[in-house]
Structure formats: C-alpha cells, structure tokens
Design a protein around this ligand. Structure first.
Ligand code: AMP
Ligand code: GLY
Length: 439
C-alpha cells in the first residue's frame, strides 16, 4: 500500500480535546500495532478508549514531559494552537517522533500573508491579494474599492476561525479592514490584514499527509461553517461534514489538487528548509476558472476528520508514523464505495457564549457502527456525562451513499439529548443543489 515505517507506534499521545482528537484517538486505537493511547487533555469520550491526562495541548513543556516519561512512540498534534506553540519542535528536540508540523512550517496556517507569498512564489493558484499593517490602511482600502467591495478581508494570524469577513460592498470591506487594523478586533492576529479577490464556487477540503517530501492523499470532504440551515447565520467551527464531496469526480480533483497545490506547497516548504510533516489541509474553491486555494491549515479539519477517518482502509497510525519518520510512500487512499456524514450537536448560544454542565443522555443507544465523537464533554465512567463546550459531539454514520449515511446520522443523533441541544437539519441534504456554496 506504499506505507513503509521504520518504527511502529505502540504508545500514541494525541494532543487536543475536540471531536477531531477523539476521532484521531479512535483511528489510532484501531491500529493493530497501537496498544495504548494517551490524550492531552482529551474529553469525556476519549476517556473510554484512551487515558486522559489533564494538560493543555499547547502546554508544550508539559506535553513533551509526559510523552517522554510515558515512553510515547508518536505524538499526534490536533489543534492549530499546539502547532503554533511549537509542540512539534519540542518533541523533535527530545527525539520523540511527531505527526504535525514545526511552528515554522505551520506558518502556512498561522500567517495568511506567509501562505499567500508562498503560493505566489510557487505558482499555486489562489485569489489575488494585498496585505499590510496600520500604515497601509489607505492602500488596502483602495484595493478593496478597486475590487468593488467584493472581497474577503482576513486577519493575518490565528483568530479562532473568526478572522475572515466575506464582503459584498466597499463599506463592509472598509469596516472589516478597520476592524483589524484600527479597532484591534483580533488583537495581535489582526495587526496585519489581507484583502483578496472574492471567489465563487464550491468549497472542498483536501487532506494530504506528508513526510516533508512525499504525499498520501485522504478522501476529500465538505464542511458546513455557518450556524443555520441554508448556510445562514454566523460562522462556526463547523456544524457538520460529509465525505466524499458529491457531484465531483474525486480522482481527477485529487490529481489536480496534488499537481497544482499540494505537491508544490510541500516542495516549496522543503526548499525553504522547513519540511512539512503532518496533515496539510487545503481549503479549495472550485471556480469556473479552475481550482483556487482559499486557505491552508496545518492540521486536520474539525468536523471533516470525523467523516474522513471512518472511510480509511489504511492503518492511520502507520501512516502518521511513516510521516513522522520521513518514510511515507507516495499514493492515495483507495477510493471506496459509500459515504460518511457527520452532524454536530451544539449547546444553546453557540457560536457565542454557552452554558455548560448539562447532562447528556442517549449516547449509549446508537446503532452499531454509528460513531459518536465527543468534543465539548466531560465526565463519563462513574460520573454523568456533561456538556463542556459549544460543539458538544459529532454523530457520524456511513452508508452506501450520502442519503443513507445522512438518514442514519440524523436518526441516531435524535436519540441524544441535553438541555439546549441543537443541530443543523440540512447536513448532506444534497437534493438538486450541491451545497455548501460559498456566500
Ligand atoms: P478561511 O479561514 O481563509 O478558509 O476563510 C473562511 C471561509 O471564508 C472560507 O471557508 C470561505 O467560505 C470564505 N472565504 C475565504 N476566502 C474567500 C475568498 N477569497 N472568496 C470567497 N470566500 C472566501
Ligand atoms: N472545518 C474547518 C476547519 O477545521 O478549519
């Protein structure tokens, strides 16, 4: 299958606490080689399949100390904050194998300006753009006006997924520019802003594992970022996802993404002396003029991971280990029939402030084969399972097609309840249109 590994991972530490990390821990646990998974800090769901240790994922010193003390063979990094904090660098310094990029390679996500510059230099197709700080405010405003206000304004740094404003008018664009540069709405992350051409088309997320040189492609997916049905309401971390994208020929899409986007990006980073080892996530827009990169992320997506990993035929831990050791065989996950659909159950008020501590019931009454990846939960075992965040859990079903998977996911999530629970009702409701469309 193209995977070669110098070492096998018997003990894996997954850094992070969301449903993405629950899915990563679950996938590693399924590996024949993995005997034990430790989650730092994990959640109420990971506690059932792994040992939770109460550390922040971005507390680099503490996580590496535990990894060393517990003789961990592989650290798998979930969240962007841990990448940006240098968890991979610290692991490497301690001789611990790590799946996840160094902070320098992770700038592909943590600095949009860096990513845009790299894309231009490597000839990777992306929206036309300008960037600048406070002293460039007038130039950015002029550029937004030149685009007729139809642009996206982005904070340069990590802003919890909230740093992008897609604008329809010059007034909106100017307000967004000032939000970054004058009002300091995103703090440090917004001291530099990007204004870019607004793209139209379908959005698809492509996930590529890399060992710094070679690439192994996973099934692509679509996620739903808006809070409400019909892609309305505020942006969220993601309210659901499905894989593979419908109405798209996956193999030609992956061929093109590899040739135009993924391999040039991996090569450009290596040539700069910062090889990328981990999951490179390319958010793509399929425009009438061809594919364009909306953004790179230096990690797996949430909730896309929850639908991508259940579709893998390969041993995920073996792939991650091969990336960490620089021994990945190039290739892609064999495409298989069927689909996976994941629906997120959120707390009242999300994506704003939420109440936590509500008792969760019904997670033990799901059909066989239906997965429940916990995000913001705590407790379980002896204690009641309770909500501990905005996106509480993702229920994932597979099926012979999207419709079957969608129905199973919704039938099962209806058995789960907690005070204030809500979901989007239209995840993977594909019908005539092939949602989600960019707005
Ligand atoms: P990003 O964090 O850069 O992916 O942006 C978040 C979301 O904003 C994307 O998933 C798109 O829906 C939207 N977006 C970002 N850039 C653009 C663009 N240039 N044109 C249209 N929509 C965009
Ligand atoms: N689902 C979008 C992200 O993980 O960034």
């Amino acid at each position: 299958m193209g995977i070669t590994t110098r070492g096998t991972a018997r003990r894996v530490l997954v850094a992070g606490s969301g449903a993405r990390e629950h899915a990563l821990a679950w996938a590693c646990r399924r590996s024949a080689d993995v005997a034990e998974v430790i989650c730092a800090p994990g959640n109420g769901g990971t506690g059932a399949i792994a040992e939770n240790v109460d550390l922040r994922a971005d507390d680099v010193g503490a996580v590496t100390r535990v990894a060393r003390e517990r003789d961990v063979d592989l650290v798998v990094i979930g969240p962007d904050a841990a990448v940006a904090a240098g968890l991979a660098d610290a692991c490497a310094a301690e001789g611990i194998a790590v799946f996840g990029p160094t902070a320098a390679a992770g700038r592909i996500e943590s600095s949009k300006r860096f990513a845009k510059q790299l894309m231009d230099e490597a000839g990777i197709p992306t929206a036309c753009w300008r960037a600048g700080g406070g002293e460039d405010r007038d130039a950015l405003r002029a550029y937004a006006a030149e685009l007729g206000g139809r642009c996206a304004v982005k904070a340069d740094g990590l802003a919890l997924g909230k740093g992008v404003t897609v604008c329809d008018s010059v007034a909106e664009a100017w307000a967004a520019i000032d939000g970054c540069l004058v009002e300091g709405r995103f703090g440090e992350a917004g001291t530099q802003a990007i204004v870019e051409e607004r793209l139209e088309g379908r959005e698809v997320s492509v996930f590529a594992l890399s060992d710094g040189e070679r690439v192994w492609l996973l099934p692509p997916a679509c996620d739903y970022k808006r809070a409400h049905d019909g892609d309305l309401g505020p942006n969220t971390g993601g309210m659901g996802a499905y894989a593979p994208p419908s109405g798209v020929d996956v193999d030609p899409l992956l061929d093109e993404a590899l040739r135009l986007v993924i391999q040039p990006c991996v090569d450009a980073l290596r040539e700069r002396g910062i090889p990328y080892r981990g999951c490179l996530y390319a958010g793509l827009m399929l425009t009438p003029r061809g594919i364009r990169v909306l953004e790179f992320n230096a990690r797996f997506g949430d909730p896309e991971t929850q639908v991508v990993l259940p579709l893998l035929a390969s041993d995920a831990a073996a792939l991650f280990t091969a990336c960490a050791h620089g021994e990945l065989g190039a290739g892609r996950e064999p495409s298989r029939a069927g689909a996976a659909v994941g629906v997120v159950a959120a707390s009242a008020g999300y994506p704003g402030a939420v109440m936590t501590g509500a008792v969760i019931s019904g997670t033990d009454s799901l059909d066989d084969g239906v997965l429940c990846f916990h995000g913001g939960t705590r407790g379980a075992g002896g204690d009641a399972l309770r909500t501990a965040g905005g996106r509480v859990l993702t229920v994932v079903a597979t099926g012979s097609d999207h419709e079957q998977a969608r129905q199973r996911a919704y039938e099962n999530i209806a058995r789960v309840s907690f005070d204030g629970m809500w979901t989007r009702r239209d995840i993977a409701r594909l019908g005539a249109a092939t949602a989600p469309l960019a707005r």
